[in-house]
Unconditional design. Structure first.
Length: 206
């Protein structure tokens, strides 16, 4: 079974390839963002924590609006790249996931206004999704907000991997609506907005 370090390397190579292919879009990220993500109220003047921030596409877009931004990702390459996109370390910090998971949990405890998890749960099995939802719950202020998205099963027979505890950068994990309510509920969240955008469910929860 692959370790997180193995997955980190796999995502490193995903991002290296991505940059070769899409480098020209780096300066204007966000074209594919959902309407929920553009609701600036969730990030403007807020303390924001992004789980699975990748190379910082969303960070680069919102960094001038937020009060403070923290990001974590499993890919060392992505973390390094994100740091160069937003070099002002007074209000911006990105760290690598597993080794810093505990630090994030302790140092951000109940300090965060908004947790963002974009295009990440679509790659993770349920166990890891729950782990990150619990992390989100523990760092959020009592009135803090979680934004996340999931792939929805769009066609009869879509692969739906409920109990998979592993992930790949290629495979996609679909979560039916009921199941999203269930795992969010189990993590102490209540869905306040859910929208179908393209092949995804976009979710705001408190
Ligand atoms: C499709 S990318 C999305 C990146 C970013 N959220 C965005 O919207 O541009 C998925 C990201 O999740 C990260 N990732 C995958 N597994 C992870 C894990 N277990 N913990 C943290 N990040 C993970 C990958 O390294 C990758 O950067």
């Amino acid at each position: 079974m692959k370790t997180d370090s193995d997955w980190g390397k796999q995502w490193d190579s995903y991002w290296r390839n991505w940059l070769v292919e899409y480098k020209h879009t780096i300066k204007g990220p966000g074209e594919d963002m959902s309407p929920l993500e553009f609701d600036a109220d969730y990030v403007k003047d807020k303390i924001v924590f992004e789980i699975g921030c990748g190379i910082g596409l969303l960070a680069a877009k919102i960094n001038s609006m937020v009060l403070c931004y923290y990001g974590i990702d499993i890919s060392p390459f992505a973390v390094e790249f994100a740091r160069t996109l937003c070099p002002d370390e007074t209000n911006f910090s990105v760290v690598q996931t597993e080794q810093d998971y505990k630090i994030a949990k302790d140092s951000l405890h109940k300090k965060i206004d908004t947790v963002l998890v974009r295009h990440v749960f679509i790659h993770l099995g349920e166990e890891k999704v729950l782990r990150y939802l619990n992390l989100a719950r523990s760092v959020l202020k009592p009135d803090g907000v979680l934004y996340c998205n999931f792939f929805r099963p769009v066609a009869e027979g879509s692969v739906y991997i409920k109990k998979d505890t592993d992930q790949t950068s290629g495979a996609v994990v679909y979560f039916p609506k009921d199941h999203i309510y269930d795992i969010l509920g189990r993590s102490g969240f209540k869905v306040i907005k859910m929208a179908e955008v393209a092949e995804r469910y976009e979710v705001i929860a408190m």
